[in-house]
Ligand binder design. Structure first.
Ligand code: NDP
Ligand code: 8X3
Length: 254
């Protein structure tokens, strides 16, 4: 029987790198996101490069009805999902609490928390049926320490931390593993999204040190996913060597 992984937010960054990694390990991959062109490009590339099957699903994780219907009506041959990587997410803005845009707040809560809940509930019946499920949630160091102007992004990732702990307890009776991975600064499209296309601000975030790469996180996800059945990494914080936590990054001045 083929191993199947479903990865949300696979059109870029961590999700895209995870799709590559699992495909290289001969998993069939279900990739999701909102950018149709990228999804179909990836499907072609993964299938031809790795000889696996790839199913692209186009949806916004914030849309409960569409998420439920799309995943709920997966073709039979795609229902044997054993791993779910809840990765889709974003930060929008980096502003003081009293100045931040409340629409940005809504988007982050709806995507990072509610989207993760909708996708998890939609995929769970398949995990339960296979009897060997693993849910891997991408949190953040922002969900371990609050930093200035991080307010609601941090809150949304604290929520991912909490819901991962809750899932682990509640799904124990089904033998489902729940892993939360909390990365520090990684160079993806994340900062371009956060700073709404301001390249200067996005680039400045990674200046003077070597941040994590998307591939570093994909390797970590794979490590957690490939451990023996009786072993579960519950909670994993990963930063680049130049970063100790949300406040301390050592930058070389040039
Ligand atoms: P990217 O911006 O590169 O990728 C984000 C992915 O999420 C894209 O594929 C995007 O796809 C998808 N996505 C965003 N919003 C939605 C939505 N409403 N519905 C469906 N898909 C959505 O960022 P990263 O790869 O860096 O981020 C991935 C995760 O890692 C996020 O949860 C982020 O918070 C977290 N993280 C990132 C860190 C970093 O420094 N980069 C550090 C710690 C955690 P599309 O636009 O096609 O919908
Ligand atoms: C992304 C890492 O430190 O920019 O979650 O919040 S940080």
């Amino acid at each position: 029987m083929k191993n199947i992984v479903l990865i949300t937010g696979a059109t870029s960054g961590f999700g895209k790198a995870c799709a590559e990694k699992f495909a290289a390990e001969k998993y069939d991959v279900i990739i999701t996101g909102r950018r149709a062109d990228r999804l179909s490009e990836m499907q072609k590339q993964l299938e031809s490069q790795y000889g696996i099957a790839c199913l692209p699903l186009l949806f916004d994780v914030r849309d409960k009805k569409v998420v439920t219907e799309t995943i709920g009506s997966l073709p039979q041959q795609w229902q044997g999902i054993t791993i779910l990587v809840n990765n889709a997410g974003l930060a929008l803005g980096r502003d003081f609490f009293d100045e931040a845009d409340m629409d940005d707040w809504e988007t982050m809560i709806d995507t990072n928390l509610k989207g993760l809940l909708y996708v998890s509930r939609a995929v769970l019946p398949f995990l339960l049926k296979t009897g060997a499920g693993h849910i891997i949630n991408i949190g953040s160091i922002a969900g371990k320490e609050v930093y200035e102007k991080g307010n609601v992004y941090c809150a949304s990732k604290y929520a991912v931390d909490a819901i991962s702990k809750a899932m682990r307890i509640d799904l124990l009776r089904h033998g489902i593993k729940v892993t939360a991975i909390h990365p520090g600064a990684a160079e993806t499209e994340f900062s371009m999204v956060r700073f709404k296309g301001d390249t200067e601000k996005a680039d400045a975030l990674y200046a003077g040190y070597t941040p994590l790469s998307a591939e570093d996180i994909a390797d970590t996800v794979w490590y957690c996913a490939s451990l023996p059945a009786h072993v579960c990494i519950n909670d994993l914080v990963i930063t680049c060597t130049a970063q100790a936590n949300s406040y301390s990054t050592f930058r070389k001045s040039n």
